[in-house]
Write a protein that binds this ligand. Sequence first.
Ligand code: FAD
Length: 372
Amino acid sequence: MAAQKDLYDAIVIGAGIQGCFTAYHLAKHRKRVILLEQFFLPHSRGSSHGQSRIIRRAYPEDFYTQMMDECYQIWAQLEHEAGTQLHRQTGLLLLGMKENSELKTIQATLSRQGVEHQCLSAEELKQRFPNVLLARGEVGVLDKSGGVLYADKALRALQDAIRHLGGLVCDGEKVMEIKPGFPVTVKSTAGSYQAKSLVITAGPWTNQLLRPLGIELPLQTLRINVCYWREKVPGSYGVSQAFPCFLGLGLSPAPHHIYGLPSGEYPGLMKVCYHHGNNVDPEERDCPEAFSDIQDVQILGRFVRDHLPDLEPTPALLEPCLYTNTPDEHFILDRHPKYDNVVIGAGFSGHGFKLSPVVGKILSTRYSTITE
Ligand SMILES: Cc1cc2nc3c(=O)[nH]c(=O)nc-3n(C[C@H](O)[C@H](O)[C@H](O)COP(=O)(O)OP(=O)(O)OC[C@H]3O[C@@H](n4cnc5c(N)ncnc54)[C@H](O)[C@@H]3O)c2cc1C
């Protein structure tokens, strides 16, 4: 067994938002934690990079809406500790046909959970947001608590906090081998470490690390085109015009959501994206796509033309990002079935950023032996 001084309480693999929040909670609880990241930080090769993410309470499932209460508290606490703005409340506008079942379910969840929201008829929407065009029968629901999280700033704040609390953040160190047991041993490209527990938050690379440990999770990695669209009048969909984030439910013939954030991060450009993409190997995400069975950019172009007429209908900028999806798009937060002290957080299915404060808390405590 390793000498006590070399024995960490926990090793966390992957410095995306989930690994960072896990290491942050561990360090806050005075645990000796080391966070290993394969790329030099900051990097843009996983799922957590970029300027912005949507935060909202609006979900069909009560449990996500309930989790968001604590998430908002922890985001505010981190913002306070970091002394920098990580969140901006803009509201989140759900758009869909009046009879859309998901829209009705979300509305019912918001009512049941006592979340302040407002149902807007097409006429009310037109008055409030004249640069949003609705088709006949489409309506809106405004989740007032929705808004924008500043993703890159949040990652930096967490990594600074982990170091400040005595944890180690080691970037440019790819984990090559995991030897399970007590202690668990992890070999990286730069060294070998031992710990009481291991948390794997490796995003799209999760199965690469789990296969040698005898399991493979049903994860699908997708390349998402993050599209920015030029405003015909700069700022007309901007935060300064009180334009909200939006989530379109079934507004196009395509089966997946379309979402957008008010312009702000790149002046004059608004982010509007499709909540789906093409299968990709994370090692090959920057290669020209071998095949594109999902015509996401075309779907978005039609949506922009029909619903956001004050944007140019061809994207001005495309940035790649990766989703790691589970079959039901719910998260995997669990222990390895054979090795109790190996904890796995994966499959955040394109909606895990906002929930990472509580995900990190769960991974750092409930499923591990760390606090025992
Ligand atoms: C375009 C896009 C838009 C999104 N929008 C939203 C949104 O509006 N709201 C929301 O809540 N969520 C959103 N999400 C989802 C959210 O961003 C992800 O759920 C979240 O970032 C997943 O984080 P992660 O830590 O699991 O993965 P990652 O960020 O990919 O982190 C995994 C890390 O592990 C590292 N790693 C892997 N293997 C190794 C190894 N062997 N050794 C060392 N390090 C390793 C990787 O390099 C990587 O840094 C969006 C995602 C995308 C891509």
